[in-house]
Design a protein around this ligand. Structure first.
Ligand code: GTB
Length: 217
């Protein structure tokens, strides 16, 4: 069955791989499933045809036969459950890997997204300069906790899993800020993710679409 996902026609990051289609591409590459990509403009994302796939008018979406999914957590979990390569066989280890996926999306990603909000959307507010250090401190607290748990392990819980795929994807968003480099073990963890052949293929595929073409929006 053909798998079709959506991605930005022109990603605002100009090909840095920070938009959320990259994590879906990466999961597809890890589980060796061929896929097609339908590129959508910001305008098309808010039109009825796309809203029928994604109620919030965003990318990525995922279509496979009569199944349509949105939310990268759900898409990656769907792929991990149906194909070998992203979840361990042992039931408890599997549950822990899924826990790390949720931790990435619910506990780590929100504090990182808050930085984007503070730096871009709230830039012109009178209180912006006072709030920014609080936002950065919350990220540092989370990263400190994550680094303590990772220790000198290669991955979060045994072998590479969908939990690592999601955590690395979330942490990558921090790279332009320089905060990730304050935590060398996490920077090395992210680099290990990026060194995986499946990640490289995913990155190259989105680069081919976006290289040097940042969205004006
Ligand atoms: N929770 C959803 C998921 O995980 O799938 C979030 C999906 C989402 O935020 N999609 C964004 C989107 O479609 C693209 S990834 N935005 C358009 C809109 O809401 O109108 C977010 C993103 C955008 C740009 C960069 N960048 O330039 O670095 C990084 C990430």
């Amino acid at each position: 069955m053909t798998i079709t996902m959506t991605a930005f026609e022109r990603s605002p990051d100009g090909g840095k791989g920070l938009a959320r289609d990259t994590r879906v591409r990466w999961a597809l590459e890890e589980v060796a499933q061929p896929y097609e990509v339908r590129l959508v403009s910001f305008r098309a994302m808010k039109e009825p045809a796309h809203l029928a796939l994604h109620p919030f008018g965003q990318i990525p979406t995922y279509e496979e036969g009569d199944l349509t999914l949105f939310e990268t957590g759900a898409i990656v979990l769907h792929l991990a459950e149906r194909h070998a390569g992203l979840l361990p066989d042992d039931a408890n280890a599997r549950a822990r890997a899924i826990t790390w996926m949720f931790a990435a999306l619910n506990t780590v990603e929100p504090v990182i997204l808050d930085l984007v909000t503070a730096r871009i959307l709230e830039r012109d507010k009178s209180w912006s300069k006072e709030r920014l250090p609080l936002v950065v401190d919350r990220i540092r607290d989370r990263l400190g906790q994550l680094a303590a748990r990772l220790g000198d392990a290669e991955w979060l819980d045994g072998g590479f899993s969908a939990g690592d795929l999601m955590m690395v994807s979330v942490l990558l968003r921090l790279r332009p800020s320089g905060i990730l480099d304050e935590f060398p073990s996490l920077a090395a963890y992210v680099a290990r993710g990026e060194a995986r052949p499946a990640y490289k293929r995913a990155f190259a595929a989105q680069w081919a679409v976006n290289a040097g073409r940042p969205s004006p929006g």
